[in-house]
Design a protein around this ligand. Structure first.
Ligand code: FAD
Ligand code: FES
Length: 509
């Protein structure tokens, strides 16, 4: 351990962090009133430079996927990070800032001082965040995490962006937590399919016949991709994309120069179009809408993203639906209802997902088969739900939203409430999507707006657009405006007049 002089106090701006280095270690210095703090310089989630994040309401918000940390002590406030920031001891000598090259040690695992068993079904975004949060919040009892996938929970968002683009081998998909974490935190992982849940007796049964009783359970089984129900849909080169296995199968089948028809214009469909095109395939998208993503992003951004795809060689068809997949033993073409035939070597189906709630027969369900959760993510006595299977109240309206960060936020709320807390979702939904090297950020969940205004041109990023209703921002969409969006992620939690939002954006630019 040794202290190193890294900066002068006056070098550290008041409204953002300052990145400094000790040898190869990046450290971010932050002001807390007239004091300073030193934390790891890269976000524990995916390595974003935290000095480029926003400081707001006592939090540091990551520029990339909007994880939030308390400035005071580096504590984790919001996912997709699942860790607090490592803090480095810091000393002021006159106006010089001296920082230790060794961080303070990690927090301990809670002692095994609780008789209860908490079970989590599904080890994806929500389930893994829920398990980590139970320990972070001090639960000492048994935590059992069950998933039908053999691997520990992993970042499935990279499958449609980098894995099927050939840029990240499936075995390098980042696990959400490493093996050491599960061991040290005493989180038991079971690889198995939950077949049914007997809520009256607090017992679940696995497909292999094993059963397990629990004191409380978090249901986090996510979504199942909607299959195509057309003649020929069972041919071996017709693919869905949700899991690492499915991504591997697509990669094994796809060869540069081949023709793929993508059915659907969902986010996963168009991210896959971008990835497979980058991998060197001829890509045709059979789109349901003339302009994609209008419902979320509005016309201008939807058109810009479509144009980006077209400029990169993706061909769109939106005037007819698929009627049949043709081929004997292997895919040869997609035949449309208007008689047109699109030759194809493979087909990828991206027409949305349905909540994976089959095992939960005795719980009340919404029309879309999702579970009804209250504002604290509770669905019944001793049962909570989070992620793609949960419909929950957002600003008073029941909503089911398929976003990675939201699934993890819901799981953290559920974990707090499983331990007797009373937390509710008071945040702004956020997601990101990646097309031909550009990341588009979206904040809010607006079903309607009366005005949309842009700074910059959606056709030529950087740009940021604000959607407003009665003068208040209801959503924001942007590309290459990370600090401004990080700031808005915090400020939009309270009603934010659109004029004030533009001033904030100007100030952080
Ligand atoms: C390819 C892809 C890219 C995406 N990209 C983005 C993005 O860029 N940004 C964004 O915000 N969102 C993105 N999403 C959406 C995001 O991944 C989901 O909203 C999120 O994963 C939902 O979390 P979850 O925990 O509810 O479900 P999941 O992460 O799907 O986890 C559910 C888990 O439950 C398991 N399971 C299901 N049924 C059972 C059972 N009966 N027994 C045992 N285990 C079971 C499954 O195997 C799975 O591991 C993407 C989704 C996909 C598929
Ligand atoms: S890199 Fe910080 S939230 Fe993803």
């Amino acid at each position: 351990m040794a202290l190193h002089r890294v900066a002068r106090f006056a070098d550290v701006p008041e409204n953002r962090g300052l990145e400094v280095r000790i040898a190869d270690t990046k450290i971010v210095l932050l002001r807390v009133g007239d004091q300073l703090r030193a934390y790891q310089g890269e976000c524990p989630h995916a390595g974003a430079p935290l000095a480029e994040g926003a400081l707001c309401h006592g939090r540091l918000i990551c520029p990339w996927h909007k994880a939030a940390y308390r400035i005071e002590d580096g504590g984790l406030c919001d996912p997709p990070s699942l860790d607090s920031l490592k803090r480095y001891p810091l000393e002021m000598r006159d106006d010089e800032v001296w920082v230790d090259d060794q961080p303070l040690s990690d927090p301990h695992t809670p002692p095994a001082d609780d008789e209860r068993t908490f079970v989590i079904i599904g080890a994806g975004a929500a389930g893994t965040a829920g398990a980590a949060a139970l320990r972070e919040k001090g639960f000492g009892g048994r935590v059992v995490l069950i998933d039908r996938e053999a691997d520990a929970g992993y970042d499935r968002t990279v499958l449609s962006k980098f894995v099927i683009a050939g840029e990240m081998p499936p075995e390098e998909v980042p696990p959400l937590r490493d093996e050491r974490f599960y061991r040290e935190q005493r989180i038991e992982r079971i690889n198995g399919e939950v077949a049914s849940l007997d809520t009256a007796n607090k017992t679940l049964r696995l497909a292999d016949g094993q059963s397990l009783t629990y004191d409380a359970a978090l249901l986090a089984t996510g979504g199942t991709p909607n299959p195509l129900t057309l003649p020929g849909a069972d041919l071996p080169q017709v693919f869905l994309l949700r899991s690492k296995d499915q991504a591997t199968r697509i990669l094994n089948a796809a060869k540069p120069g081949q023709r793929v028809v993508i059915i659907g214009d969902s986010f996963i469909a168009l991210e896959s179009a971008s990835a497979l095109r980058q991998y060197g395939l001829e890509v045709t998208v059979l789109a349901r809408h003339a302009v994609p993503f209008v419902k979320q992003f509005g016309e201008a951004v939807g058109k810009a993203i479509r144009a980006r795809h077209v400029a990169n060689g993706v061909v769109f068809h939106s005037d007819s639906e698929a009627a049949q997949i043709e081929g004997t033993g292997k895919v040869e073409a997609v035949k449309l209802e208007n008689g047109q035939r699109l030759p194809a070597d493979l087909v990828l189906v991206g027409i949305g997902v349905s909540p994976a709630t089959d095992p939960f027969a005795d719980l009340p369900k919404e029309k879309d088969r999702s579970l009804q959760a209250d504002g604290g993510m509770r669905v019944a006595d001793g049962l909570w739900a989070a992620g793609d299977i949960a419909t929950f109240p957002l600003n008073g309206q029941p909503q089911r939203i398929e976003h990675w960060r939201l699934a993890q936020q819901q799981a953290r709320i559920a974990a707090a409430n499983m331990l007797g807390g009373d937390e509710h979702y008071l945040d702004v939904p956020y997601f990101w999507t990646w097309h031909f090297g550009k990341n588009y950020d979206y904040l809010g969940h607006a079903e309607s707006w009366d005005e949309v205004e842009f700074k910059g041109n959606p056709d030529h990023p950087p740009f940021i657009g604000l959607f407003s209703k009665n003068g208040v921002v209801v959503a924001a969409v942007a590309c290459d405006k990370e600090r401004a969006m990080a700031m808005l992620a915090e400020r939009m939690k309270q009603p934010l007049p659109v004029d004030e939002a533009w001033l904030l954006i100007r100030d952080v630019d």
